[in-house]
Design a protein around this ligand. Structure first.
Ligand SMILES: NC(=O)c1ccc[n+]([C@@H]2O[C@H](COP(=O)([O-])OP(=O)(O)OC[C@H]3O[C@@H](n4cnc5c(N)ncnc54)[C@H](OP(=O)(O)O)[C@@H]3O)[C@@H](O)[C@H]2O)c1
Length: 252
């Protein structure tokens, strides 16, 4: 259970090598040691992720093989994780960005992006809800994006999947009211992580540590939805109500 000072005993990171997900794990480990389960595809990244989490003070690190698009395997992966005990905090952090112009003109790439960024989160969301409801407590944190709040021409393949994730998890939180399970949907703008290292900074770009701190605070305050940069909420409110002929003239 997450205790009175906001310290979880067990943290599950789905997308176990995610740069931003690991920053969130580090944020919670700064409150004290915890057991950490890193669920990821087999990769060299997982070795460095394990080292990173150990260095941050994890009492134990358990790697679990997990592929976000191998949907049929997910129930068994979750049974394996829960066989070792309850999970207090689960972070859904896997995702791919890709090249929008290639994705929307290539069926294979578009389907992969939709599966990793939408169907995978739905699959694990249902299983997290089932397991946490049964244990009677738990905090789910999911990475949505401002790209999903308003889907834009420049990244609509990724953005449309994030729009789906955002809606699914916000209403999953509603469906779980009264069960002891909480859902926090996070809408970062661009953050400096492995995913964006090839991109120039966009306006209001933040560091992954800013995202992690905002998530720690939001969990403490039992929030269900946050933007990371404080200006994004009002900006998005305006942008998403502009007509398309105006939006077309903006560098979005
Ligand atoms: N960085 C940003 O600006 C930003 C902004 C808004 C939202 N987000 C979201 O935040 C989350 C974390 O992103 P990040 O910045 O930490 O990027 P990241 O470091 O690239 O992490 C993404 C992770 O997803 C994993 N992944 C991809 N496909 C997978 C699959 N089929 N099965 C399992 N894992 C898979 C990758 O693992 P592999 O090593 O195996 O590829 C990688 O570890 C993502 O959902 C992203 O969309 C990011």
């Amino acid at each position: 259970m997450i205790d009175a000072v906001g310290k979880p005993q067990t943290i599950l990171l789905l997308g176990g090598a995610s740069d931003m997900g690991l920053a969130v794990v580090e944020e919670f480990l700064s409150r004290g040691p915890a057991r950490v389960i890193l669920a990821a595809r087999d990769s060299e990244d997982l070795t460095s992720a394990t080292e990173r989490v150990k260095a941050a003070g994890a009492s134990e690190v358990t790697p679990v093989k997990f592929d976000a698009v191998d949907f049929a395997s997910h129930p068994a992966v979750f049974d394996e994780i829960w066989a070792q005990g309850d999970v207090d905090l689960a972070i859904v952090a896997f995702g791919i960005l890709g090249d929008n112009e290639q994705q929307w003109q290539d069926q294979r790439q578009a389907v992969l992006a939709a599966q990793v960024n939408y169907t995978g989160p739905v699959s694990v969301g249902v299983l997290l809800a089932e397991k946490m409801k049964r244990q009677g407590h738990g905090q789910i944190v999911v990475f949505s994006s401002v790209a999903g709040e308003m889907v834009r021409r420049s990244n609509f393949v990724y953005g449309s999947a994030k729009a789906g994730v955002d809606g699914f998890y916000r209403m999953l939180g509603e469906a779980l009211r009264g069960t002891g399970v909480k859902v926090l949907t996070v809408r970062p703008g661009q953050a400096r992580t492995n995913m964006t290292k090839h991109l120039d900074d966009a306006p209001l770009t933040v560091y992954k540590e800013d995202v992690a701190r905002a998530i720690g605070k939001a969990v403490d305050n039992r929030k269900t939805l946050i933007w990371v940069h404080p200006l994004f909420q009002p900006i998005m409110l305006i942008l998403k109500h502009l007509p398309m002929f105006v939006i077309r003239k903006l560098p979005l």
